[in-house]
Ligand binder design. Sequence first.
Ligand code: UD1
Ligand code: MG
Length: 450
Amino acid sequence: MKERAAIILAAGQGTRMKSALPKVLHKIGGRPMLDWSIALARKVGCTRIVTVVSKDSDALSAHVLKALGDGSVAVQDPPMGTGHAVQAAHSNIQGFDGHVIVLYGDTPLISPASVEALFESLDAGAKVGVLGFEAATPGAYGRLVTNDEGDLEKIVEAKEATPEELAIQLCNSGVMAVRSGDLFQLLDDVTNDNAKGEYYLTDIVGLARKSGGRCAVVRCPENEVMGVNSKAELARAEAVFQAGRRQDMLDAGVTLTGPETVFFSFDTEIEPDVIVEPNVVFAPNVHVMKGATIRAFSHLEGAIVREDAEVGPYARLRPGADIGRGARIGNFVEVKKTRVGDGAKANHLAYLGDGFIGANANIGAGTIFCNYDGFLKYETRIGEGAFVGSNSALVAPVSVGDGAIVGSGSVITDDVTAGALAVGRGRQIEKQGWAEAFRSRKRAEKKAKG
Ligand code: UD1
Ligand code: MG
């Protein structure tokens, strides 16, 4: 197989997003759009990945450098069209000899299969392979003009198209595969003699045809190549992603009682025989193991829920929450960076942060792990089978031994020995007849005042 490289175009202004955040860093399924393109390039085996950015896009350049390392940023200054953008990446892939895929940073939902098919079109002899789609509303998309064999003759931008060409529904997604040698050779001949005064990447198709090359179209569903230019399009792409992921989950044996109300991230991992009730949000990095139930209105992020555990309704799992087999996290319980042992229970109204809860321990309603002193965080450890009474504050660092009991309403500041009872609260007192004496004194005072 030929070596593969990807050039991701992301130097556009993205002004229609009306945002201080660079367009391609807006997220779909919890992952920045640019990272979708990077992940796609990696999935199809690209060994070199270059992202083209405009100058003055420090946040974007920093993001690319972090994701891809030195040599991965190409600056296009000033942006003068998609062809010009690809040329800006030339020096980054100097010495590379293989197949190049051009991707956009704002088109996150392309499948690896589509890109694979484009590379295959090169193997089958095409000089340029273009990913096309039947557009419901072709609008401003470039039109793919094909010949009787179904091969591509040229791409015309909507602004340059004749009425007949505008009637074509087969449109250019922007994604193309070309051999590295051909790509830069063809680009040398592209001019900016057109309606926009830009160097169009799309012109390489007509140029390749002129030199006798064959150009192929690979078709994909329109949903895959939705470009994002505005918040409305971002929301639409998100909806497409979510619809696809819900279907994948159902196909994989996950029960979703209200699929359209459940939101997934790009990396959500749910095993078969998990039940997810309505209105649940899976933020990134969640793994739910088989037999578990995620009840309605729960929010999970960076969490593991092990076999047969039950979470919610109305629970919040934050990064580092690790819910053991058969454990139970109930309503209005927040868990952060805490391992909850197998069979342990925290059924109502609790904050469990920076902790370790042993197997089968019981955490009463209103329990708080006081993990933070305003400067640093500290750990709370609850032993196996321990019982923490309702409305207790455990001031970390502190530990409760195996099987110990903490009396309700305690503020626990010292470690509790295994098997002991610890009570840390004011002792109850009782004054016989005090209530009636109080009332008659107050009645008299009120009467005296008239
Ligand atoms: C382009 C295609 C069009 C296709 C459409 C699909 C060309 C000439 N036209 O049009 O055929 O149907 O995409 O969405 O290629 N970019 C740069 N530098 C530039 C210009 C653009 O990096 O100088 C990047 C943008 O950030 C974006 C991508 O290239 O990621 C596409 O640019 P855009 O201006 O949206 O192209 P379209 O006019 O939509
Ligand atoms: Mg566009």
